[in-house]
Design a protein around this ligand. Sequence first.
Ligand SMILES: C[C@](O)(CO)[C@H](O)COP(=O)(O)OP(=O)(O)OC[C@H]1O[C@@H](n2ccc(N)nc2=O)[C@H](O)[C@@H]1O
Ligand SMILES: Nc1ncnc2c1ncn2[C@@H]1O[C@H](COP(=O)(O)OP(=O)(O)OP(=O)(O)O)[C@@H](O)[C@H]1O
Length: 317
Amino acid sequence: MNKVSSSIAESLKVYASAKINLHLEVLGLRKDGFHELAMVMQSIDLVDEIEITKTNDELISLNSDNPELDNGDGNLIIKAAKLIRSRSGLRDLGALIYLRKKIPIGAGLAGGSSDGAATLVGLNSLWGLNFSNNQLEDMAAELGSDVPFCISGGAQLCFGRGECLEPLDKSDPTLAIVLVKDPSVSVSTPWAYSRYKQLNESTYLSKEIDFQEKRMALRKASWLRPLNASNPPPLINDLQEVVAPATPAVEKALQFLRSLKGVLSVAMSGSGPSCFAIFSDLDQARIALEENQEELRKQCLEGWCCALNSKGVRFAK
Ligand SMILES: C[C@](O)(CO)[C@H](O)COP(=O)(O)OP(=O)(O)OC[C@H]1O[C@@H](n2ccc(N)nc2=O)[C@H](O)[C@@H]1O
Ligand SMILES: Nc1ncnc2c1ncn2[C@@H]1O[C@H](COP(=O)(O)OP(=O)(O)OP(=O)(O)O)[C@@H](O)[C@H]1O
């Protein structure tokens, strides 16, 4: 009998939610070279599935249903698994991981970040490590700026480089979105920030007191509490002003979404190229997308209708 199969003990399944940015304001540059941000992120019901089986043979391996993905050390799932194991000090721990990829890659939806977050949460439970949520969020911040949010998800204010979190109302919002993306296009996040810097550095804020003022203004925004259709999010994304003009697929997606019946507001998510439109509920979003399937195909766009999720990582029942 081989070593791996003899050591299998238990498994579990976790869901990793994609996110959209309901607000993304670039405030300035930080000493670590990252940008200081004021954001509102929101989890959506577009999820990757991650199945993890515990072993005790030191091997951490990943397979997935997406042949485009690197299953090795470049994958955030492997990075997350190795990070939490090294923090545990238990070198014998192993895991066989299988990813069913539903979140488009390089889309501004934090798919990789959310997979990393789900791996931390899943292995913390499966390996019985008992790290607290705060400890998991600290590890998550080492993996990437979006990863801490993805752990608890829902709707949160995100400051700093994205890792300073202030959760908003946990109740399920009735708002829903139509999300569209040209499947042949992705945008590099480092490129988006460096282009933004090139064009806007002269207007960057630099004093902590000015950052504080911007954070306070966002905390007080009337559209935040609660998220609702009568006062929908205005959807500001500073990166959109540099990504859209350089990316015809973004302009095309925004134009498609603006033409939908019943749409409340429209924006790009993160560094793009995914764009989304807000609707008052899932039925309205479904009808708008269904009525425009032909146009969607003509424009070579992929589309999804998604509810807003009040959680990030979830265990399968
Ligand atoms: C665009 C967003 O998705 C919005 O939520 C995030 O800001 C990006 O988060 P992420 O993909 O987790 O980004 P990271 O992997 O931490 O950083 C990728 C690169 O983006 C730039 N970056 C990222 C976050 C930030 N606050 N400032 C930056 O300038 C840096 O060049 C960095 O090297
Ligand atoms: N598990 C993963 N799933 C998807 N991409 C991954 C994963 N692990 C590493 N990556 C790499 O991360 C890069 C960005 O992928 P991802 O899908 O997370 O982009 P994104 O949605 O634009 O992220 P963000 O919104 O956080 O900037 C890709 O180049 C991809 O190869």
